[in-house]
Design a protein around this ligand. Structure first.
Ligand code: R5P
Length: 295
């Protein structure tokens, strides 16, 4: 198995290769003066090899997707017999259906292009709507990094008997997953997403947080607006220490400041998107999946 750490997931790809006890295949990449991307592998053939390309597609999504397409198609030309794309943050995952007439079903288009470039299988982490992923023509395996995040809190003893909260009722399985490890109980913050603007608003609901440590779990922190509002609400209800935990720390603009200024102790994220809050590595989770016989 050849592991290729793509330019967007260099460290994660290295960690994965290390976990699998194999030497990663380097990618040489440079931008042309006009902005196009040049890519070359430090290999001349992948004949009869299974190739695993690790490339998250967080912002700038389109650029990272093009890099992934170039890598996959190149690996196919170099005779790889199977190509697995590990895409921890799957770009366009939130546009996973036509919410309004006339809209693009963007995720479908992305998967279709990747398949055309030779990708046989995708492994992703905490996809926005896991059930939708079953309807594609190539397998998309969705793994959850929530147990790893919860373990982090346990190992580092950051909280005492914490209440695990998910963002929205639909995401309650996320809070349950965390509570299986933390055992402090679980609940959810009432949130609603406007299909036209994409904005998330929070609604007031009783939460038993008074004098308790609380961890708010979300799949994505993008602008930080949703998380900042949730932290504020929980603090106003009398919570003790409040932590933000997320799988995909996109952290656009001043999101970190917004969340901390609203009362969070710390933001804990994973390296699904490499960032300054990526304290939890998903490499073992991906490594275990890749070594399962029929994965
Ligand atoms: C919503 O559907 C997601 O789970 C996140 O809550 C959302 O993407 C966060 O966005 P932002 O950080 O921009 O509020």
């Amino acid at each position: 198995m050849k592991i290729i750490p793509g330019p967007a997931s260099k460290q994660l790809g290295q960690n994965l290769a290390e976990y699998l006890n194999t030497k990663p295949t380097s990618v040489f990449l440079k931008p042309f003066p006009d902005g196009e991307t040049y890519i070359r592998f430090e290999a001349t053939t992948f004949k009869d090899e299974e190739v695993v390309i690790v490339q998250t597609t967080s912002p700038p999504q389109d650029q990272k997707l093009i890099q992934l397409m170039l890598m996959a198609d190149n690996a196919k030309d170099m005779e790889a017999y199977k190509i697995t794309a590990v895409i921890p943050y799957l770009a366009y995952g939130r546009q996973d259906k036509r919410f309004l007439p006339g809209e693009a079903f963007s995720l479908k288009t992305v998967v279709k292009i990747l398949q055309t470039c030779g990708v046989d299988k995708i492994i992703t982490i905490n996809a926005h709507s896991p059930t939708v992923l079953k309807n594609f023509s190539i397998p998309i395996i969705d793994l959850s990094a929530i147990p790893l995040l919860a373990e982090y809190f346990k190992i580092h003893k950051l909280t005492v008997n914490p209440l695990s909260l998910s963002m929205g009722k639909k995401a309650i399985p996320v809070a349950q997953e965390a509570d299986n490890i933390l055992h402090g109980g679980y609940d959810y913050v009432e949130s609603k997403r406007d299909v036209k603007t994409g904005n998330v608003t929070l609604e007031d609901k009783p939460l038993q947080v008074k004098n308790r440590d609380v961890i708010i779990f979300d799949d994505i922190i993008s602008s930080g607006g949703t998380m900042a509002k949730a932290v504020k609400m929980v603090k106003e209800k009398g919570a003790n220490k409040v932590y933000s935990a997320c799988v995909h720390p996109l952290l656009i603009g001043d999101s970190i400041i917004r969340i901390i200024e609203n009362g969070a102790e710390e933001i804990i994220g994973t390296d699904a998107v490499e960032s300054q809050v990526s304290k939890v590595s998903i490499a073992p989770l991906i490594g275990k999946t890749l070594t399962q016989r029929d994965a």
